[in-house]
Ligand binder design. Structure first.
Ligand code: HMG
Length: 383
């Protein structure tokens, strides 16, 4: 039986900041952000958007025209959870009035848990082929004003429907993974911002990629020529590019193949470079970027994917394109949502991060808004 991604939708927050605006304010050469990080903009969430409203909007679009009755499980991957106990997916479940007879669970392992959710969805469908699983990745990545991680902030949600006989991509082969207890990036309870050992996080990311990729080739009896494109967890474009170069340098392939893989890599940064890091959704946003901008891929082509979550767990897996996949992408929706975003001035951005300004009345065009807490209960409005 073929199991995989039947549908995928991305939701960007309402605001963004141009990175040349940030560079000017921080008195940094803007080429550092443009070339050194390979990023051009950063998504910013106003106070009335959060991981729930982003996820609800993505899910509403995803499930438009779908029979929701056979969704048996809803896995919500996040590392910017809004509650230590209640799963964020339950708010989405309520806002969208989803069927009551389903499991709703939140998963955590930094940016990695979305890949685990996809794999768990596959295993569930293997034994319940008539059912579907909803996988949500939703995060707000914040490092704080004036920090070295500031330029790598971002926010957004990716919603995926996983099913048998998918219309987009089939999960293939045996995934390979690696876990080690490493203090490269973590966020103790109650802390707004993560603690980061930047250099260690980069070294670990690249080392984990090297290991799980080599294991994948060995375990699945594949070579680099078995892949038509690669997608990476993308905290910022330059690090994923380094992983790509590491692969191209180590494995002997022709100049022509190298050129093809590099070109496709640049396509895979299309949305990410305008959004920034969205933690759990970042790998899948890169996948969407590739599928929606590359016109040379075709049915039967194989994409290799590297998932990484600090702390740390890495995984390599692959997806094969299904015949007619192009007709089931939501490219026009994604581009229109990107166009609708409002550009912030530096002062507006700073005010949001300092939470000085109550921006909760500004989002008139959003279907879901976060109204704040009442008696410690999160209040959401569906319009
Ligand atoms: P930094 O120390 O400010 O940056 O922060 P830098 O000095 O290393 O410069 C970055 C690049 O810009 C370098 O290129 C410079 O040479 C270049 P590289 O040497 O890497 O090729 N550069 C310039 N280029 C052109 N013109 C110029 C110029 N100046 C400099 N004028 C750091 C970098 C990543 C440490 C910081 O942003 C940070 O801490 N970010 C957050 C952590 C992070 O993203 N780590 C990545 C791996 S961990 C991960 O992916 C997991 C994560 O998503 C979380 C999770 O799993 O939950 C983060």
């Amino acid at each position: 039986m073929q199991i995989g991604i039947d549908k995928i939708v991305f939701q960007a927050p309402a605001y963004y900041l141009e990175l040349h605006t940030l560079a000017k304010a921080r008195e940094v050469d803007s080429l550092k952000y443009e070339k050194g990080f390979m990023q051009s903009q950063m998504a910013v969430c106003p106070l009335d958007e959060d991981i729930v409203t982003l996820a609800a909007e993505a899910t509403q679009k995803l499930l438009q025209d779908e029979n929701v009755e056979n969704i048996a499980m809803f896995l919500f991957a996040t590392e910017s959870s809004v509650d230590a106990s209640k799963a964020a997916g339950l708010y989405v479940h309520g806002l969208l009035d989803l069927p009551k007879k389903m499991r709703v669970i939140e998963l955590k392992q930094a940016c990695y848990s979305s890949a685990a959710a996809l794999s768990m969805a596959k295993d569930y469908i293997a034994s319940h082929p008539e059912k579907k699983v909803l996988v949500l990745c939703s995060d707000i990545a914040k490092y704080g004003l004036g920090t070295s991680g500031e330029v790598t902030q971002g926010a957004g949600a990716v919603a995926m429907l996983v099913s048998a006989n998918p219309r987009l991509l089939v999960l293939q082969g045996e995934n390979t993974y690696l876990s080690e207890d490493i203090m490269d990036f973590w966020r103790p309870y109650g802390e707004l911002y993560p603690s980061v050992d930047g250099k260690l996080s980069i070294e670990t990311y690249l080392r984990f990629f090297e290991t799980v990729y080599a294991d994948y080739l060995e375990q699945n009896k594949k070579t680099t020529a078995s892949f038509d494109a690669f997608c990476f967890h993308m905290p910022y474009g330059k690090l994923a590019y380094k992983a790509m170069q590491q692969l191209l340098d180590k494995y002997v392939i022709t100049e022509e193949e190298k050129e093809k893989l590099e070109q496709r890599f640049f396509k895979s940064t299309h949305y990410n470079k305008r959004i920034g890091n969205i933690y759990t959704g970042s790998l899948f946003l890169s996948l969407l970027s590739l599928l929606e901008t590359d016109h040379t891929l075709k049915a039967g082509d194989t994409i290799g994917l590297f998932a990484y979550g600090s702390g740390a767990t890495g995984e390599f897996f692959s997806l094969q394109l299904v015949d007619g996949y192009q007709e089931h992408l939501e490219k026009a929706y994604h581009e229109s949502k990107m166009q609708e975003r409002k550009e912030l001035s530096f002062e507006e951005y700073e005010a949001i991060l300092k939470a000085e300004k109550d921006s909760r009345k500004t989002l008139e065009n959003k279907p879901f808004v976060f109204l704040g807490l009442e008696e410690k209960k999160r209040q959401y409005q569906k319009r």
